[in-house]
Design a protein around this ligand. Sequence first.
Ligand SMILES: [Zn+2]
Length: 316
Amino acid sequence: MSERDTHIVLPYAGLRLKRTSPLRDRDDWREVALGHPGMRLLPVWRGRNLVTADDGTTLRSVSAPHVHAHAAELILLGEIDDAPILAADLSSLHEEQAFDLAGDARFHDLRRIGPSLEPQDAALLSYARGMAHWHVTHRHCGRCGTEAENRKAGMQRSCSNGDCGGVSFPRIDPAIIVLVEDGGLHGDGVPRCLLGRAPGWPDGVYSTLAGFVEPGESLEEAVAREVREESNIGVRDVRYRASQPWPFPSSLMLGFRATARTLEIVRHDKELEDARWFTPDALREAGTWGDDSPVCLPRRDSIARFLIEDWLAEQD
Ligand SMILES: [Zn+2]
């Protein structure tokens, strides 16, 4: 995680790629892009990205130009050093076909391997995965159900029914995530923050509270509602900290800090199986997602982890 100018760049963000391209408006963009000598084509098969480990340990993305003929969708992600970068959705292929095309490389779930990739590669594969997911889940027009067609080099889908004219654009789902601090309410001079755990997480993992923003709701209102529903804690002073694309499958995480107005935890919606106040010492002794410590912090590549470490860094 690094600070660039004044904003915080978290894993899966910070991609150095030019998203606009004059090719988007050309009917022959596929031929032109595929014919470019510096072109890279990143295959995605059922949510998995193609990667290889050259030296047996370091994973990196693989360009596989030969798969374009098998792609259900080709998507122009943008340009790096004037060379087109494409994603190809291969999800309609059977497992055997996809694996044959992969050669020595393998399709892996970014959710598993993300933390092992170099940050630019992780951000690029995240973008490819997110775009492929959008195309796979928006094959048909949301208005009339007719098949929708890939337009603008993959940045738009348009209904093929001329009487309808429905158009859709890549969709992301905004979700808030918040670290709630006690604001001194415990009264013993020891600061605390509120973390919870959801059923199904590895044993011991506690994380910041999160949830999707609902229609008709501001981000600050979503923060207050989610914290209330999951813990019964009231909050004040909701402050934005940072954001993170989270392509599992299509979220944009909007990270906040808030201060509690109350302390008593009641889990109304039972979305969490536990929620507690943690001292800085307890969190400094915690392990990390997947190890066998009694209390574990979230994955290293998550904004939840950033929000916790950001808070811890301010405590004595
Ligand atoms: Zn339609």
